[in-house]
Design a protein around this ligand. Sequence first.
Ligand SMILES: [Zn+2]
Length: 254
Amino acid sequence: MLTSKPFSGSGWVDSHCHLNDIPHLNENLEQAESAGIRQFLVPGTHFDQWAQVSSLHSGRIACSYGTHPWFVTDPDIEEQRLTHYLSQHKACAVGEIGLDFYPAINPRPDRVLQLESFARQLSVAQQTQLPVIIHSVRAHQETVRLLKQQPAVRGVIHAFNGSIEMAQDYISVGFLLGIGPQLLRSEKLQRTVAQCPLDRLLLETDAPFMARPGSQGNPLLDLIAVGERMATLFAIPVTDIQRQLTRNTHELFF
Ligand SMILES: [Zn+2]
C-alpha cells in the first residue's frame, strides 16, 4: 500500500477508480504512482462494500459512499445507511449514485425505485454539503430534472459519453463531466469534449471496468493516455491539461 505522504498538488488525479476491484493492487498502484498519478478517488457502490472501500482510505486515496442504481432495493434504508455512514467516516463525496435505464439482459432495478433512491441520496448530499458522483445511463432528462430540484448540489457526471447538448445541460446545472477511456475510442466524444470548457472536465479511469485493450495489464495507466488525448484535442501542452484537471478535481472534492 502507498504511504500517506502529503499530496503536493502536482501530478495526475484519478477522480473515479474502483481500486477495491483491481487485482495486484499494490503493484498497480506503485506503477501508477511512478507514472505520475498521485491521488485516487474510490467510490463505494453498495453498503456491503463500503467497509472495504473505507479500508483503502489514506493520504492519497479518498473515498465516497453511495448506492449505485444497479444495487438499489429500498430507498428508506439506503438513505438511512448513507446518513449514518457519512457521520462516522471521512468522505469526499456521495456516490456513486444515479439512474441506469439501459435495457440490459439482466433487468436493472425498477425505474421508480431508482428515481426515489437517487432523489433521497441527492438530499443527503445537500444536507451534508458533499458533492456527488453520478452514474447516468439512458436517463439524461430524468437526471437533469432531479439535479434541478437540488440546485445547491454540485458534482460530476461520471463516464460522460454524450452529445454537446447533454454536456451543456449538465454544465448549466453546475456539474462537471468525468472523462475516461471512452475518449480514446469515440470520435463523437472527442468532438464533444473539444467544445467543453476545460474547467468543467475531470479525468477518470473507472478502473478496472473501462480498461482499453493493450493497457499493459494496469488499467490505472489509462488515465495518462486520456490526459494526453485531451491535450491533443485542446492543442495545449500535457502539463497544462494535468494542472487544470487536477485543480478541477481538487476544487470539487478536496
Ligand atoms: Zn464507477
